[in-house]
Write a protein that binds this ligand. Sequence first.
Ligand code: SF4
Length: 365
Amino acid sequence: MIPSGPDGDQDVASDAREAIVRAVRGAMRLESPTRDDARTVLRLADSDTLWLVSEVARVRFRYFGNRVKLNFLLNVKSGLCPEDCAYCSQSKVSTAPIPRYVMLGTDQVLEAARAAVATGAKRFCMVASGRGPTPRELERFIGGVRAVRSELPQLEICACLGLLAGGQAEALREAGVHAYNHNLNTSDAHYGEICETHTFADRVDTVHRASAAGLSACSGALFGMGETDEDIVDVAWALRDLRPDSVPVNFLIPIDGTPLAGRRELSPQRCLRILALFRLVFPDVEVRIAGGREVHLRSLQPLGLYLANSIFAGDYLTTRGQPAPADLAMIEDAGFRVEGADERTLPGARALEVTLKTSATGLEQ
Ligand code: SF4
């Protein structure tokens, strides 16, 4: 039960409680919350957030049990990007001292894929900086994909290469890529504040291209960039319209040398409320706590597992994550377990939908 506050707060708490109980009941039936109820989740008091987590956790347990899917990130091309995304250390406007290298070759990709398997990861996310791949980059990338598919067929490969041009999604699918990640990041209304070199509509278009080619769509958002609650609800709704199979929730790591350096507007409780909202909007979809987990959830990281069913193990693109053994200990200590390679991530109907979509092209996977 929500602790009651001073006189007058009781009614607010009671309305909020009703809204959240209603949203949880709806999510259990795979119904989306109303925008009003979504706002209530985001505006809940810090002191009520633990109660929120315990309520929304029922949705998580219903569709995902106590499984946690591990994902492993490899930056296959770093820096050298002509785009100006304000949050990114690899952009043309960033002066962050990051490694800069061109598309990795097969040996380096294979070495990382083996490390992914060794940590218990099910998905191998191969991410390249840049607006989108050149034909040569795509060819080199596909070489790495084919090598991983042949040696480690149990690994799901997710590609993240920026904006896709005609035929590129199909080429990736044919090479054996399972999923394509392209985040919307923030609302359409707020997008111009964080990037001027491409648009929100460009991003939506690429997610559509990936889905149409039979790739499993992975698209999420990044918070802590000056967005309002309304922006958060807007981007959650925009993502829902794309019907992604996985939704990464990132929290800004304000890297020195980027335009958003020094921006610190998130608290662990705020992050939990955002995760709770995403679980309610995506009850049977893989919700992943992505970048910024350690920085922003801090000692409350285990509570995030009661909402999300997926995390990254190891490092992020240009910043270090918690060491994988610490992640595994956290999962076990909190009463969860790592999802096995032979287990389905999504519940029945959603899993069938992904299988149908990814097999509809008749391409080899
Ligand atoms: S997010 Fe991607 S497109 Fe934007 S600057 Fe970074 S690498 Fe470039």
